[in-house]
Design a protein around this ligand. Structure first.
Ligand code: NAD
Ligand code: SER
Length: 314
């Protein structure tokens, strides 16, 4: 493996913590620099280098890339769907300018690779609801979805025009126990496990039959690294890959939790996030990722629930 120095931006977030730990395992602790606006997550402390950084400060980012001999950037700093609807201008600025800063620096410094996640939020109410394909009608109605869709085309542009090797996945809602989610519409599927263990009851902010595409964090981390390690000639999509593993509703996840915690109860108080969820597909077709670079998921709802509850109880 070529000598790589990786900068993870947004490393203290839900994905960043686990991705940074996985990359440190693979490339060596000293070769993966965690960075964020926030303090380093407890799990990242003492496991490798950390720099406090704002991705909006392009000069500072550029200086760090040069000073630390960075060869790859994983850009995870963004504002998610629910928080984004409360602060549309801020979400647009962070999600767009952060990406453009990274792509520009990648081009100028000839970085080996860039990773930037998109989301199922690119799809809108006019996209197919079930098994939503890679290429289809895409008319997002949230500022988050608009920023992700625009970002996908910036990635494609920097690849076509300047040869930047930028790769991307449209993550479904991610479920994890190591670090808390950061303001998404799919966050209920994390909260429900915590509440089930602490209080044996949960009030869900989505209606009981709202199906959304979801994925357990270990699958998402493995998929991300597999995409980044794949030979460049296997990557046919330079916007962003659909990726899928499971789809369920609040009622179904509640029923699965009840198998482990029989006195768990649930009720529903849908809020503004219901409208966001209604605009997204219920399930995703990821045939292209499976064919191009061999993506396979491992976790379904049953296996994830058992693993989440075991780890949260610890
Ligand atoms: P998160 O909100 O948990 O973490 C984002 C991190 O970025 C936070 O630690 C935050 O402090 C940091 N950050 C914010 N502004 C910054 C700035 N200006 N400079 C540096 N750091 C800054 O988000 P996440 O869930 O880990 O998501 C990471 C990426 O994955 C985002 O692009 C998100 O859109 C995408 N994604 C996440 C999910 C999911 O379910 N978690 C699904 C689809 C796509
Ligand atoms: N989990 C994310 C959200 O709900 C999807 O990108 O915003």
């Amino acid at each position: 493996m070529a000598k790589e120095k990786i900068l993870v931006i947004g490393a203290s977030g839900q994905i960043g913590v686990e991705l940074t730990l996985a990359l440190r395992n693979l490339y060596g602790e000293e070769n993966v620099i965690a960075s964020d606006l926030r303090e380093p997550n407890q799990l990242l402390k003492d496991s490798g280098p950390y720099v406090s950084m704002d991705v909006m400060n392009k000069e500072m980012l550029h200086v760090q890339v040069i000073r630390q001999n960075v060869t790859q950037i994983y850009l995870l700093a963004a504002m998610l769907s629910a928080t984004g609807e409360k602060n549309p201008n801020l979400a647009w600025n962070l999600n767009m300018q952060g990406l453009l800063n990274v792509l520009d620096i990648a081009r100028e410094e000839n970085l080996h690779k860039v990773y930037w996640p998109s989301s199922i939020a690119v799809f809108g109410p006019t996209s197919p609801k079930n098994n939503c394909p890679q290429q289809t009608i895409i008319e997002p109605t949230t500022v988050y979805g608009i920023s992700k869709y625009a970002g996908e085309f910036w990635c494609n542009y920097y690849h076509q025009r300047f040869g930047v090797d930028v790769r991307s996945i449209r993550y479904p809602g991610l479920i994890s126990y190591k670090s808390a989610p950061g303001g998404g519409t799919t966050d209920y599927a994390v909260e429900i496990y915590n509440e089930a263990i602490e209080n044996k009851k949960y009030t869900c902010f989505l209606e009981e039959n709202t199906y959304l595409p979801m994925m357990y964090m270990p699958d998402a981390i493995r998929g991300t690294i597999e995409l980044m390690e794949a030979p460049a000639d296997k990557i046919s999509i330079r916007t962003s890959y659909n990726l899928s593993s499971m789809s369920f509703s609040p009622k179904e996840i509640g029923a699965e939790i009840k198998k482990h915690i029989p006195d768990f109860t649930m009720d529903y108080a849908p809020d503004y996030r219901q409208q966001i969820a209604n605009s997204w597909p219920a399930s995703i077709d990821d045939t292209v990722a499976r064919n191009d670079w061999g993506w396979k998921h491992e976790f379904d709802l049953q296996r994830m629930t058992a693993d989440m509850l075991t780890n949260l109880k610890k």
